[in-house]
Design a protein around this ligand. Structure first.
Ligand code: AMP
Length: 295
């Protein structure tokens, strides 16, 4: 595995691969790898000639009171894990390398962001589309791999690829979970041991919501109320949002007989956790999402 820290060097490397007509799969991340990240890289390895992963904690997507400074980092461990799963090129730029000067162009997304994390974290997805656009230009991937744990991010990148005509296929892969159902996240290390136990209720509550749908309850208000009760009864976390929306459009729905996402964010003392379930129009859980195929 090659470690590349400079944009120019990555560009040159990619030009060589393109000349050889190599198919490039790309996995953008903020590092502190866990199995969720590694599954994306493994899938990219199966489906492409070359896998590029990036580790970059992007300041643009953090709000002023968010956890940029205490976002967990461990470069040496990331390098050894990426190498182990067969990543070919690991791109680890500094903030100065990605943003040598204040950006003269700003990017704003206007749709799919007035809900969920977009509403709770103003400017977050503008930062995401900015860094993702830069990374797409630097790496020029054929296929990109994102986790459905961040389903709104997938919906936003779907809009970006579509609106700006990137010749890239977007693939959303299933959420990787701990044994008790908690979605793996770099931020889980910031949970206290009591919160860590409570955190498994996010997934349990979402599954309960799913069971209600399977049993014929299609009213989103009732599903939301039931999930809300489970979280409040079993955790000291504060629900930041809990919404049922169409996917990937992320519009409110009054009836659940369509492709919907049930998405939740819960704020614990030092970590804000998110999770979701994507359901098909007949109430089945959708784990994989490929641009153009599941809409
Ligand atoms: P992050 O480093 O948190 O920005 O995540 C990088 C990529 O890994 C994003 O596409 C995430 O959606 C994905 N990811 C993070 N956690 C998980 C997980 N538990 N299961 C699957 N994918 C994940």
């Amino acid at each position: 595995m090659e470690i590349i820290r400079e944009v120019n060097e990555m560009h040159n490397r990619i030009m060589m691969l393109k000349q050889k007509q190599k198919k490039i799969g790309f996995v953008p991340t903020m590092g502190f790898f866990h199995d969720g990240h590694l599954q994306l890289m493994k899938k990219a390895k199966e489906e492409n000639d070359i896998v590029v992963a990036s580790v970059f904690v992007n300041p643009l997507q953090f709000g002023p009171n968010e956890d940029f400074d205490r976002y967990p980092r461990n470069e040496a461990d990331d390098i050894s894990k990426a190498e182990h799963v067969g990543v070919d090129l690991l791109f680890i730029p500094t903030v100065n390398e990605m943003y040598p000067q204040k950006m003269k162009i700003t990017m704003t997304i206007n749709d799919r962001i007035d809900v969920l994390c977009g509403k709770a974290r103003p400017g977050h997805f503008d930062g995401v589309i900015t860094v993702v656009t830069k990374l797409f230009h630097i790496i020029q991937p054929n296929q990109v791999y994102f986790g459905m744990k961040d389903a709104q991010q997938v919906a936003v990148v779907d809009a970006l690829i579509h609106d700006l005509n990137f010749p890239i296929t977007l693939i959303g892969l299933p959420t990787v979970r701990e044994e008790d159902g908690l979605a793996k996240s770099s931020r889980n290390v910031n949970l206290s041991s009591r919160e860590r136990n409570e955190a498994s209720w996010l997934y349990k509550a979402l599954k309960h919501g799913h069971h209600l749908v399977v049993d014929g309850e299609y009213n989103p208000a009732i599903i939301i109320k039931e999930i809300n009760n489970i979280i409040s009864d079993n955790t000291e976390g504060v629900i930041d949002y809990l919404e049922v929306l169409s996917y990937p459009e992320l519009k409110p729905v009054s009836h659940m007989k369509q492709q919907v996402i049930i998405a939740i964010a819960v704020q614990f003392e030092r970590a804000r956790l998110i999770d979701n379930l994507l359901l098909s129009d007949d109430g089945h859980i959708i784990r994989f999402w490929k641009q153009g195929e599941t809409k």
